[in-house]
Ligand binder design. Structure first.
Ligand code: SF4
Length: 351
């Protein structure tokens, strides 16, 4: 369904979308870069309001969010389209199909489904949620009334206007960097201008008390440069400090970059080591099930605070107020351990 957008302003006889850092300026009948917002008669419309492309129930650790309501399940959904065009996108059939298609599901119906699946929250994911901000907003506001958490998985290529718009319902975000946020890499492989708007988004989200975790997808051969990583980690550390978790994710070949190999595990370990040396207290290796760096270690006594295997919690060594049971150090984990954490939390959702 088409619905007038909120995140835009009129400039002469054109409209300026302010949902993402591209800030497309659109004349009548023009469609934005994301393919799902368009101008008509001096107004901007979101063309996928109430149109769902994919939905699943996932463990929150899959997002990944590992310092936020551990063991929770989240109802995850997306629309079509994206404001980036990553050459290795693993959801390219969703993100690069820039059409107003999908199954009709209103915000009320999505919340109803989430409650029926007895999950703790809703995650806006699989494609960039900034581009369907108004649909996410209306869903999130209703979800909040029922005590559900709202989280997003995003590239962070936002505007301050968007941060303001989501601040009242959004609880947590995973911000996905690509290629250590290196400008030339981003231009070439994602179509984004560079990392500055992302750093700004993170700063603004944290100012508003929204929980942030960072990922960096390490693409072998073209995006695994340790010099870039050093620069990136230094800059990021100055913004987020030592307690924001950072995850180094393994790339697997897909879409236009299916000729590249999987990221070697040693490469991920080198990036993790660099993060530790930079001062990050919680750095992880992701997409390598069974790796010891999936677990959380107490920074004080180095004992396992939360053991994980894949997205499953295998050990819980924290008190109710998130203190290490071995030494009493308080870890910055938000929320509480879900009572359902032992359940298998992947479920198909039929829409
Ligand atoms: S959300 Fe879409 S239309 Fe709006 S600025 Fe970004 S790419 Fe352009």
């Amino acid at each position: 369904m088409q619905k007038e957008a909120t995140l835009y302003r009129v400039e002469g006889n054109r409209v300026r979308c302010v949902a993402c850092a591209r800030r497309c300026l659109l004349g009548d009948n023009n469609v934005g870069f994301c393919g799902i917002r368009s101008a008509n008669n001096g107004k901007l419309y979101l063309n996928v309001y109430g149109k769902v492309a994919a939905a699943h129930v996932d463990p929150i650790e899959k997002k990944p969010l590992v310092h936020f309501y551990p063991g929770s399940s989240v109802f995850s959904f997306s629309t079509f389209g994206c404001n980036w065009m990553c050459a290795y996108c693993q959801n390219f059939d969703i993100s690069q199909r820039r059409r107003a298609e999908g199954v009709d599901l209103s915000p009320e119906e999505i919340v109803e489904m989430a409650r029926a699946y007895e999950v703790e929250g809703i995650t806006y994911t699989y494609n960039e949620p900034a581009i369907f901000a108004e649909f996410a907003h209306d869903t999130g506001v209703i979800a909040k009334k029922y005590g559900l958490l709202n989280t997003m998985v995003t590239n962070g290529y936002w505007t301050p206007e968007l941060v303001d718009y989501v601040k009242d319902f959004l609880d947590a975000v995973t911000v996905d960097f690509k290629g250590n946020g290196e400008e030339k890499f981003m231009k070439r492989y994602t179509g984004a201008s560079g990392p500055e708007p992302i750093f700004e988004t993170i700063r603004e989200l944290m100012k508003r008390g929204i929980h942030v975790e960072i990922t960096d997808l390490i693409v072998p051969e073209i995006g695994d440069n340790l010099e870039w990583a050093k620069k990136f980690l230094g800059r990021l550390f100055d913004i987020v400090g030592p307690d924001v978790p950072i995850h180094f994710l393994r790339f697997h070949p897909d879409y236009k970059l299916d000729r590249l190999p999987l990221t070697p595990v040693e490469t991920l370990e080198k990036h993790q080591k660099l993060a530790k040396e930079t001062g990050f207290r919680y750095s992880y290796v992701g997409n390598v099930p069974g790796h010891p760096l999936e677990s959380t270690y107490c920074p004080e006594c180095r004992s396992v605070a939360i053991g994980r295997e894949g997205f499953r919690i295998t050990t819980w060594n924290l008190t109710e107020d998130m203190r290490c049971k071995s030494c009493g150090y308080r870890l910055p984990i938000k929320g509480k351990l879900s009572k359902n954490y032992l359940d298998m939390r992947f479920r198909e959702v039929y829409i």
